[in-house]
Design a protein around this ligand. Sequence first.
Ligand SMILES: [Zn+2]
Length: 293
Amino acid sequence: MFLATRRRMFLFSTLFALGISTAWVGSARPLAGEPAVQGPSARPEAAIRCEGPFVQGGTTICQAPPGSRIQLGDAGTTADRDGVFVVGFDRDSPAMEVALVELPDGAMAEYAFAIERRDYSISRIDGLPPSQVDTYTESELRRIEASSARKRIGDASRAQLSGFRERFSWPFEGRKTSPFGAQRILNGVEKRPHYGVDIAAPKGTAIRAPADGIVTLADADLYFEGAMIVIDHGQGFLSKYLHVSRIDVEPGQFVARGDRIGAVGSRGRSTGPHLCWRLKWRDRNLDPEMWVE
Ligand SMILES: [Zn+2]
């Protein structure tokens, strides 16, 4: 089935050239704009639908038969008992991605996403301590490694929750100081892009959960992040809160939208009190601002 999929790729190219997103099932042929359901495997309930537009850094909620398994590049997920699943498009996602969907009875369906490209700004920060940019002692490297291991545990969560379904609220009101996706140049050294939205606020400002979820990490000793809280809003759709001065929750704790989870701070690699707010689906870095109501 996957080989058959590859043979169909030229069809996608044609569709994308036309700017058409479509879905089809089994051997049915695509129709522009509508899921095509024809032939022996025709089952109207097998249609896959996703809410566009599809944009780099964007989040999309889709509908498929409950229990369907979805593969989008390296990332896999499962439609919940209502048939709902979430996917995200990385900061640098390609212009097209095809979701392969294994329906509960083993039949395959596909959904093609034409993904809009974004332009990102450049953000320069100077005056950071070298130990926070590119010069590490052996004990610092050990701390960085230990931090990464603990972060991986927080990232591995795949809770059966549905907090992701509704658009998020802001964690607090503040001034946005650095947008998602900016190319970072720290002390003149080109580093990874900025994978969050920075919001400035006085130290101690309450941070509130933007949606229901379960806390998967609440760690006060991370090398770059300083102190970080991570919430799984369902299916591994994770929001992250970096540099916090106080943590009010613990791993395993359920939080509801609006619950206080911590307070703004400036720990780790930070030049002043602010929240770096991040959003992730699998290894993909998403723009939280695009999922705010
Ligand atoms: Zn940030």
